[in-house]
Design a protein around this ligand. Sequence first.
Ligand code: HEM
Length: 401
Amino acid sequence: MTQDVREDFADPALRTDPHPVYAQWRRETPVRRVKLPNGVTAWLVTRYEDARQALTDPRLSKALPVGQTTDSALPPAVGAAVSRHMLSADPPDHTRLRRLVSGAFTARRIEALRPRIEEITDELLAAMAGRERVDLIDAFAFPLPIQVICELLGVPAADRDSFRRWSNTIVAGAAARDRLPGAMQAMVSYIRELIAERRAQPGEDLLSGLIGVRDAGDRLSEDELSSMVFLLLIAGHETTVNLIGNGVHLLLHERTRWERLRADPALLPSAIEEFLRYEGPVETATFRVATRELELGGTTIRAGDPVLVVLLSADRDQQRFPAPDELRMDRAQNPHLAFGHGIHYCLGAPLARLEAQVAFGRLLARYPHMRLAVAPAELTWRPGVLMRGLLELPVVPGPAA
Ligand code: HEM
């Protein structure tokens, strides 16, 4: 099947509520050729089964460059210092890089962080007490995962604000095109300084461990080390915030959900999986590029073509999920793709789930009367097609319990 290139993926109207449009694409052109805001022409994969195939097909590489991207505006040394990470690698490099940190992210190691995550959560919630109105993204959903990943890695607290600014610009991609090279440069200089400092004064953190590996032999190059830090910091900054933000929005938007979850906290784990499915934090997986011709959903993808899997769309596919447009907090079978699938399945999934459990559990208990401070139509969504999340979530916390 041949297709004309379509421009509609860049339409800002799609940001507010992309779901009806994706539903139409799943029906009409499930593998669809589009021109992205950054000028790249790519195939969008919108159905669940095709998405799973694309995420595991070894003919779709993560290591190849994606045409003319905004990254090409960067000096090569800067590009290399942030792009030699596991999410831009195929086996065997992927296997080697992932193995170096997978031990720090096992369910058991992550569970040990629970008391500290509870402490950070309680501090953030306490700071909201007595305030008439707060932006829940700014006061809670952002700082919680940031603080956790920074402590895990060993990044000083004082640097978090600048980091957040750069990181926002980077994931906004083409939507913040002018600021992108500056943000990348700043982030690379920052990471290099951080590595130099920690090299001089090692601690107990993950970064010191990685520097130890780097300096002990040839299992990790200097660019791979800085890229790893870059990936972990970005992933830790940009994703869980949307799980918390989107979830709280869904609960407050229809208050019966909030009351139900408050009355029955045992529902929390399945409710969190359902937030991930229904309004997942990551809208599209990262680019893959075909190394050879392949068929996807009856469409021929040629060697060299970029492919983008739309996780948000796959997780609303009625071929896979009964009543996909209903938020069912007790959904029993929920094999969503919000954390991806295959060898690049999210390394941080146990951490994100734990953060979400603590965040939702404590928030519901502490501020039982919380409500939205604006009409749902006034909420604005983040630009760019990589992440699905709110820019702000103004709430009235109400009295603390
Ligand atoms: C990979 C989602 C939190 C670290 C991924 C992928 C997705 C994802 C969809 C695969 C992307 C692809 O295949 O193109 C999420 C969501 C999160 C979350 C929805 C929160 C709710 C985190 C956290 C970390 C993290 C907290 C940790 C520090 C990673 C890493 C990879 C990854 C390192 C690359 C894995 C690989 O290439 O093998 N994540 N993530 N993520 N995530 Fe997450």
